[in-house]
Every structure is written in structure tokens, then in C-alpha cells.
Write a protein that binds this ligand. Sequence first.
Ligand code: ADP
Ligand code: MN
Length: 334
Amino acid sequence: MSGSYRKAKHQAAGHDGNFTDEGESLFFKPTTAQEVEFYQDIQRRYTDSTSEDLKLDAWMPVFLGTLELGVTGRARESDDSEVQSAITAHANLTQVEPELVPPNKPIIVLENLLRGYRTPNILDVKLGKTLHDEFASEDKKLRLRKVSQETTSGSLGLRICGMKIQESAAASTLDDCTYARESDGYISINKFYGRELNVNNVKDGFKLFFDSNSLSCDRRKALTETFLQRIQLLYNTLLEEEVRMISASLLLVYEADSDRWDELQDEDTLLRTDFFQDFSDDEEEEEPTAPLSSLSLIDFAHSKVTKGQGYDENVICGVESLIDIFDEMRLPSN
Ligand code: ADP
Ligand code: MN
């Protein structure tokens, strides 16, 4: 296989079959026309926005374009030669090695949210009580209603879908069928873990995620505080947005390599740094600058812009629950 187009290293949940480039700056995801359209709609809406408010796109990975049937995607800023050439290279590769690419699916080219991390720990939390949209088949509706009813999706409007974490003390308490130890030293927590959680113990799932052996107690505390701030900011953003994001997820990422915390002197940023800035600087950029943690919205295969229809209650309800959970985690007993 060519060195530059390969499977993405880490996924917390979802389907396999996503790719990354050599520098691991980009994330290629085969997806539906609906997800392409949602990214395009959001991008179009905010391209010329001068508002200081945090809009939805601040929480989404940067969208660079699509690869369709070997056609080169379009970079948001055409003078971004590095980004442009990466995309062209991958478009070519999809022609040379089509077996790597599922047929008949557009591939979206996104900012890789793990870019710049050395040892990312990743958590995928699906939002919403309702998990299906009007396009789902009757079978699928039934199945997804049942999943919602039997899990914290139904009770809290959120569900832990999966994690990839480094070794942690809490991992020894896990049920065998809920996790696997990977050869790269990671523990993969599968979807059955989150399905077993309930209103009373869902907090344990988040504690497990932050319970990294490699970070000090202070650093883990700082992380939960920072995420709580982000979730509150996201909540304010969502109140202003008229969208419906069925089965979208929040992706939580943090650095579990304590050396990088030392290097950055524990300095984190609430929002991800500007993706394009990293490319426009020096030619020989060493490691891209990444924060020590980030919160993003992902997975818009069933999302749409719904102008005039008010905020997305289904998603907001999950975010409210998340605020409560992170609030509780700060209590001394936790
Ligand atoms: P699906 O659930 O339809 O397979 P998602 O968009 O939820 O697709 O992606 C699946 C997984 O891939 C996520 O849980 C996350 O770990 C990873 N992922 C998704 N988007 C990105 C991105 N832009 N950068 C890095 N990782 C991503
Ligand atoms: Mn998903």
C-alpha cells in the first residue's frame, strides 16, 4: 500500500474504513450525500461571518471538500498548497488503489481531530433520545427505538458509544465482553460498555475515560474543568442554531502523554487552533500544534439545516445531561 494513504489509526466508535494521510493531518471518511450536504451548508453559511459568537462550525472539524470518483476535492482556501497537494495525492490514490475505497460513496476530507497528539485518548458520545430520522426503514426505526429505550440515550439523551484509552486502573473492573486490549497498548471500549450504563452509573464511564494512569490527579482535574467549560459554550452555540443532528456525536480527545503536558506547561486552549494556520507557517513545520484536549461535534450523516424551526431539542437535552454529569464529577466525593 502506498505510504501516504492509510487507515486511520484510532477510532473510538463507528464504522471502520476511514483514512488518513502521511502527516496525519487529514481524515478521509466515506459517507452519505447527506453528510456532504450538511458540511457544505454550514460552510456556506459561515464563510463570510464576522460574528464574534461561536457558531456551529467552531465545534466541527474543518471541512476541506470531497473526493468523488477520483475527482479532486476542493480546498477551502485555494492558496493552501500543502493542503491542496495532499488532497490531490489522495484523489490519485483512490484511482490507483480503488479497493481501498468503498464504491459509490463520496469521501469527505476533514481536519484530523487527532492531529498533533502523541497519545490521544478518545471518547465518542452519541447525542439525542431519538436516534433515527424520517428516512429510516421501519425495521431500523424499531431497532433504534429499542436501543434508545434500553439505554441512557432514552433517559439522558446521550450514550457512550466507544472509547480508546491508555491503560487505567479502572480498566481492571471491566466486563470481558466490553473491551479489548490492542497491540498498540490501547484499550478499546466497545459499544456494549455504554449500552449497559444507566442514569445512576453513567458517570463511571466518563470517570473511566479520564482515569489515565499517565496523568497526575491535578491534570485530570484540569481536564474535566476544561471540558465542562467547553460543554457550556457548546450549549450556548446550540441554542442559536437551527439544525437537526440525528445520531451526531461528541468526540472528546485528550493528550495522555505527560511529556507533552510538560512541554506545553499544562497550557490548554478551549477551542481547537486554526487548522489552516498550521499549514500557512513555515515550510518545515515540525509537529503541528495541538491543544491538550478538544471537544468536537462529528457524524452528520443524518443532520440537516432547518431554518426557522428553532434549536435542536433532541441534541440539547443530551448536552444538558452532560453538563450535569461533568458538574457532579467536580464534587469532592468523586
Ligand atoms: P460513523 O459512526 O458513521 O462510522 P463517525 O463520523 O462517527 O462515523 O466516525 C467514526 C469514528 O471516527 C469516531 O468515533 C472518531 O473516533 C473517528 N473520527 C470521526 N471524524 C474524525 C475526524 N475528523 N478526525 C479524527 N477522527 C475522527
Ligand atoms: Mn458515529
